[in-house]
Ligand binder design. Structure first.
Ligand code: PEP
Ligand code: MG
Length: 337
């Protein structure tokens, strides 16, 4: 078992015909880094930065954040690292509002998943976003010719309109100019600024989003929740929560098409990417990059290596013709790996 595992790690993630597939990891805590490397991740597709803001009453400062990002980037030894700026709010709790001095503005009884969350929250407290941008840029800085610094990318969570991307980019550029005035050497070009496509609004306007975002990451966990109006954390409706619902699949297909047409890199980083049969479907939809919890990586890689492109295509054709969830689920279940 251990030997096959070691051998698998050295083998490329590719289909039978040699088409390369990028397998990246989602990271929630720096402590997961060794496991991620052991499991052969080619980079971090989604670094959830919430852990930095979690267990404390004050907000982390620029130097502290810089050191944390820097150690993760160096730990990845030249591989790409995609850092998502703070995605507070929603099911991620409301204790944060108190710390941001917004507690009074959040009325009791409203719906946090539809409230001040993700990029909306950050644009309301722009100094938090500025500090985080500055720390990421400093951590990505190629200073001292350090070769362990791989490509860094930045992701905006919970985007619903292009205005949010435009406003965030203005802040990003301002922060970069400010750092240059402080004589800090920045990567040139600056790390790309991408968006999570995790709301129906972003998916339906993916063509427009592709004009403003440098890359896209499909967040299928939230996309499923918002499309189906099913709370991802509510066990009472867990049986209704499925990213294979035809409505969600249509949005994924639309987003993939838009990104490909605009030549914007796109990856999938929701939990659905950790099911190899579902990955076959997503490959059929044109996707080639997947980020998942690192425990799933070896299994997904092993099974991807047995896939033929034509089988993925065939699966996609059949699935996209179906109109109900149960039929799609049985097509996926019966897909021979
Ligand atoms: C998602 O919504 O699919 C996602 C990857 O982000 P998170 O699970 O952190 O909300
Ligand atoms: Mg999300």
């Amino acid at each position: 078992e251990k030997r096959t595992f070691g051998r698998l790690k050295k083998l490329p993630a590719q289909l039978q015909g040699g088409e390369p597939i990028e397998l990246l990891a989602n990271l929630e805590l720096p402590a997961e880094l060794p496991m991620l490397l052991r499991n052969g991740a080619k980079g971090i597709g989604l670094l959830r930065s919430e852990f930095l803001f979690g267990e404390r009453d004050d907000l982390p400062d620029e130097d502290g954040q810089t050191a944390t990002y820097r150690s993760i980037i160096e730990g990845m030894d030249g591989r790409p690292v995609t850092i998502r700026v703070l995605d507070w709010g929603g099911e991620k709790g409301r204790a944060c509002m108190r710390r941001l001095g917004l507690a009074e503005q959040v009325a009791d009884g409203d719906n946090p998943a539809l409230g001040l969350r993700g990029i909306r929250l950050l644009l309301r407290v722009p100094d938090v976003l500025e500090t985080q941008f500055a720390a990421i840029l400093r951590a990505a800085s190629p200073a001292d010719g350090n070769t362990a610094i791989g490509p860094v990318r930045i992701l905006l969570p919970m985007v619903t309109s292009a205005d949010e991307v435009i406003e965030a980019r203005e802040i990003y550029d301002k922060v970069a100019r400010r750092l240059k005035r402080r004589q800090i050497v920045l990567p040139d070009p600056l790390p790309p600024l991408g968006i999570m496509v995790e709301t129906p609004a972003a998916a339906l306007t993916a063509n427009t989003m592709a004009q403003h975002a440098d890359f896209m990451a499909l967040g299928t966990n939230d996309l499923t929740m918002y499309t189906l109006a099913v709370d991802r954390a509510d066990s009472m409706v867990a049986d209704r929560y499925s990213p294979l619902h035809p409505a969600v699949l249509q949005l994924i297909a639309l987003t993939a098409e838009s990104a490909l047409r605009a030549h914007r890199p796109i990856s999938v980083c929701g939990e659905m990417a950790s099911d190899p049969r579902v990955v076959a479907l997503l490959i059929g939809l044109g996707l080639r990059s997947f980020s998942m919890n690192s425990a799933s990586l070896p299994r997904v890689k092993r099974l991807i290596r047995t896939l033929k492109m034509e089988d993925c295509d065939h699966l996609r054709r059949h699935v996209m013709m179906e109109t109900d969830l149960a039929s799609i689920q049985s097509l996926i279940r019966d897909f021979a790996l």
